[in-house]
Design a protein around this ligand. Structure first.
Ligand SMILES: [Cu+2]
Length: 117
């Protein structure tokens, strides 16, 4: 009779440990929130801004991107557990634009609308 009572207690205890573990993971994620700037010197018009925004926003872990057209600087906030600055640069380069030191994909660039080249 006694051993039957022990099983739910053990299961309950494991459940509590499990929940605690999840909470710790959430804390780490919050700490890994980063904001970085990316120079996007080759943008020509508002359409370019939209393309770059779309490319960066498509990267998993990116929470937001704001582009200053006058300074040609993009400010990106992202979760570093999911992505990195270089991953975001690569996504922008793949859309046809230089991103910091990451050079654009020439094929993507050639396929941009005339106003964007
Ligand atoms: Cu453009």
């Amino acid at each position: 009779m006694r051993s039957f009572a022990v099983i739910p207690v053990v299961l309950g205890f494991l459940f509590l440990i499990g929940c605690g573990g999840e909470e710790r993971t959430e804390d780490v994620k919050a700490i890994n929130q980063k904001t970085e700037t990316i120079a996007v010197e080759t943008i020509q018009c508002q359409m370019c801004v939209a393309y770059v925004q779309q490319a960066a926003a498509g990267v998993q872990g990116v929470d937001g991107i704001n582009i200053n057209f006058d300074t040609k600087i993009a400010t990106v906030s992202f979760n570093a557990d999911y992505t990195s600055l270089s991953e975001i640069e690569k996504a922008i380069a793949k859309a046809g634009y230089h991103a910091n030191e990451t050079k654009r994909d020439e094929e993507a660039y050639v396929n941009l609308p005339d106003c964007c080249r």
